[in-house]
Design a binder for this molecule. Structure first.
Ligand SMILES: C[S@@+](CC[C@H](N)C(=O)[O-])C[C@H]1O[C@@H](n2cnc3c(N)ncnc32)[C@H](O)[C@@H]1O
Length: 385
């Protein structure tokens, strides 16, 4: 089993388009041999670094630790190889587990059947060793095992995170079209916001951009509120080491003197955002007010970054051409001196903003292709409005 003072390989999974952001995060945190791959980043570190990664990485969805790698020609070979792993060194028969299988192979096509076969191998091994067996739990397993098959190549990994790391633990209330926390953190990083100047989300919904930005600005680990990580159920779990890393993380909080402000026109949405801010202990640090962006009359700092995802017209119905045209007009009229970033999937919307983006970054929100667009709003852009 993994020793806490020896480096071992890990794979942090992420969303498409965020691989480089995550690589930077891992390097800054102290990971070694960092290499971006499709939807993930490989790196090395010790057990303490695994705990740190789960606590600190803002753009990781989960962190896998490969424990065995081999080739197989059929399901029976797979069963034998999985059964040969000393699972009793990793977890106890009294714990629950779940297998996630992903299969890219002509030979093995049914990932459910693969998961079932591997489950049988693990259960049979426990039963033969001790007469007792762990059971499967699909919702909240103690242990998650990841099986990845590409052609005949199998990688068995322990999932150290469990529930996806975007579930930070602060968002109890979401609006109809919230943005995921990992995507929000990735977008903020991609904007290059310096974490020292004002940041405003004028369509803040449940407040995800605001909270993720505040966690970054104050240098607070994004998963500080999370109760559970699967590594805490492993036999080698080192509680003292985790406590040390957790306490050290809290000492890293930094001061932030600029403003993080959110607006939304919908009062019911604002109530949800307020609850989320309280959950994240950010109600003092983030200001939110009800306001219609299209008739914007709020007092604002003279400069800053605007970041928002307007309705795309998919989950929230809207007259998209009109809405985006009005957004463009408000940007030109009310925000000279600001840099605005808009995240949207609506090509029709983008066409109607009436401003030329100085940068376009392609990302995905779930399966939806989206764009993160930058608009530099100079005083001159008031012209024609
Ligand atoms: C896609 S959601 C934003 C989701 C948000 N980023 C989150 O994480 O929950 C769009 C939001 O824009 C708000 N909105 C739509 N039109 C608006 C307007 N004219 N002024 C202010 N907010 C508006 C909606 O109420 C909704 O909360």
């Amino acid at each position: 089993m993994l020793l806490n003072n020896k480096d071992f390989p890990m794979l942090a999974k992420t969303l498409p388009g965020l691989e480089e952001v995550l690589s930077r995060e891992i390097k800054l945190l102290g990971g070694t041999e960092v290499e971006a791959v499709k939807r993930g980043v490989r790196f090395k570190g010790d057990l303490g670094f695994l705990y740190k990664s789960n606590l600190w990485l803002r753009t990781a969805l989960r962190i896998l630790v490969p424990i065995s790698q081999f080739k197989v020609r059929n399901e029976n070979e797979l069963y034998k190889k999985v059964k040969a792993i000393a699972w009793e060194d990793i977890f106890r028969h009294s714990q629950t587990f779940l297998i996630d299988a992903t299969v890219f192979s002509e030979k093995f096509t049914n990932s459910l059947f693969i998961a079932q076969k591997c489950k049988d191998a693990i259960v049979d091994r426990f039963r033969e060793k001790s007469g007792l067996r762990p059971s499967v739990h699909t919702r909240e397993p103690d242990i998650r095992i990841n099986i990845h098959i590409s052609r005949e190549n199998v990688i068995i990994s322990l999932d150290s995170s469990g529930e996806s790391l975007h579930k930070r633990g602060y968002r109890s209330r979401v609006d109809r079209a919230p943005i995921g926390e990992v995507l929000a953190a990735g977008i903020i990083s991609l904007t290059g916001w310096d974490k020292k100047t004002n940041l405003i989300d004028p369509m803040c919904g449940s407040g995800t951009f605001l909270i993720e930005a505040a966690l970054m600005a104050y240098n607070i680990p994004p998963n500080v509120f999370r109760k559970n990580f699967c590594f805490r159920h492993w036999k080698n779990y080192d509680q003292d080491l985790f406590t040390l890393i957790f306490d050290k993380a809290l000492e890293k909080e930094e001061a932030f003197s600029a403003k993080i402000i959110g607006y939304d026109k919908d009062e019911a949405v604002m109530r949800k955002a307020r609850k989320n801010l309280r959950n994240a202990l950010m109600q003092e640090q983030i200001e939110i007010n009800q306001a219609d962006f299209l008739n914007f009359d709020q007092d604002l700092p003279a400069t800053g970054t605007l970041l928002f995802n307007p309705p795309y017209g998919i989950k929230i119905e809207a007259n998209i051409p009109q809405l985006y045209q009005s957004i463009g007009n408000t940007l030109k009229r009310q925000f000279p001196g600001y840099t605005a970033w808009i995240f949207t999937s609506s090509q029709e919307g983008i066409k109607n903003i009436g401003l030329k983006p100085s940068k376009k970054i392609k990302l995905y929100n779930g399966k939806l292709e989206c764009w993160l667009l930058r608009y530099d709003l100079y005083s001159g852009s008031r012209k024609g409005t």
